[in-house]
Ligand binder design. Sequence first.
Ligand code: SAM
Ligand code: SF4
Length: 347
Amino acid sequence: MGIPAVRSGRPSLDGRPDTPFLLDRFGRVARDLRVSITEKCSLRCTYCMPEEGLPAIPKDELLTVAEIVRLVSLAVRELGVQEVRFTGGEPLMRRDLEQIIAGCHEQVPDTPLAMTTNGVGLEHRARALAAAGLHRVNVSLDTVDRAGFAKLTRRDRLDSALAGIRAARDAGLAPVKVNAVLMRETLSGAADLLQWCLDEQCALRFIEEMPLDADHEWARANMVTAAELLDVLGTRFELTAAGRADPSAPAETWLVDGAPGPVGITASAPRKFGDPCARTRLTADGMLRSCLFSDQEYDLRQALRAGADDAELATLWRGAMWNKWAGHGIDAAGFVPPERTMGAIGG
Ligand code: SAM
Ligand code: SF4
């Protein structure tokens, strides 16, 4: 992970209508905030992290509990954010995660707080997190085959991940959603994974692999298509297309033998110019990003620590989103992946 190429000071607000919301030039309004809280992780998934992990963020550059709570509160109260999701790296690597959740819940009690996690260690913290105010978790799990899991994540922690999912469900962090990256290596185990999710009452969503791996080995030609996945699942399950439940969410869903848990397949990112993308992102070191694939960042941490008041921070945030690109361009010739990998941005 390098430092992103463009780190701008003050984004231009030229032409922006007077609205408190996070509007961009293409009429999209970001309502969903992703907050990465660490670059550290208990796993080393090959599509995400280098074997040695990401370079450590110096402690004094990491947002503190109080800073995260202030920014989340600002986003909800002043900027129209309606859902907040904590991610990383692995959010469970922060020992003060419960404090972050409790602080945010106290400030914005009506806003759903969610977390994306690999589930390792969640077994021991699910209850405390639920008590602190966490509403939901998405757990990333690509396979229920122990050897396959160890190979893909470079760690033999499948049992802990599965225990984490069960504990989350039992703690009421429901519905637990399982996210799996769609890969050739795990395709043959996709039906077992689906069966496990059905047995454990989890919804399963497959996500296309994106060009955000640390080793830069992603190639569109290697990607597994939705049709291939449906073929594999179709050998064991009867799938019925359910269409898009929410047009702003980039997932196609199928119902499985009439079971309650749907299976979703999500393209890596909205594909077409003008597709809705309703997210705004904050990195663990306090940089604002308007898109996963952008190399443009705005330094909210510096402004915050220089004493900016809420109105100034809100203006900076609105400006960052106003300058959001039309699309990510991953299908375009000459596409250059951002310098930050998925683990450093927060998926
Ligand atoms: N460690 C947590 C986890 O794994 O859920 C949160 C951070 S992780 C970066 C968030 C999500 O990004 C996970 O669901 C992971 O599978 C996904 N992800 C990571 N690298 C990816 C890639 N190259 N393409 C698609 N999804 C990716
Ligand atoms: Fe860690 Fe999540 Fe990246 Fe896997 S996907 S290496 S669990 S941050």
